[in-house]
Design a protein around this ligand. Sequence first.
Ligand code: PNS
Length: 160
Amino acid sequence: MTTAIVPGTFDPITSGHLDIIQRATHLFDEVVVGVAASKQKHGTGPLFSPRQRVELIQQATAHLSHVRVVSFDILLIDFVKAQKGDVIVKGLRAMTDFEHEFQMAALNGRMNSDVETLFIMAAPEFMYLSSSAVKEIAVLGGPVTGLVPPCVEEALRNGF
Ligand code: PNS
């Protein structure tokens, strides 16, 4: 039985994240979506609380079997161990992601060389998509249909 950990901030989950999670379910027996609770981005706090992010991912992945959603506030590599994970799976968009992902994969590998990081290439239609861009569009009243799962669109429009 192989368990993949798909970690991220997921503030909020996008259609691109969901595509990666879904494709991971075809490759592994179990997928644990790890929601990093405390990550600060660009000096601002997250839009959704860890509990809200977990709930939105649970709703968005309700149609998928063998997916668990768990938040964590420790090193990813320790979380992988705690969840009895075998590999870390991440989505990789165009070149901009590469350097940061390469650094994280190398450091995580240095801390525990038993845990491999695997990348799934983002689908072309999601190459440009990010949680930050979605939040900016939503906050300024723009359309996010298709960029995020329907439950997230609803939470962005009407509050959680
Ligand atoms: O959605 P993101 O921002 O790409 O996710 C980044 C995340 C959460 C995977 C990364 O920040 C992380 O692993 N955080 C947990 C703390 C940790 O282990 N940091 C050291 C990474 S080398």
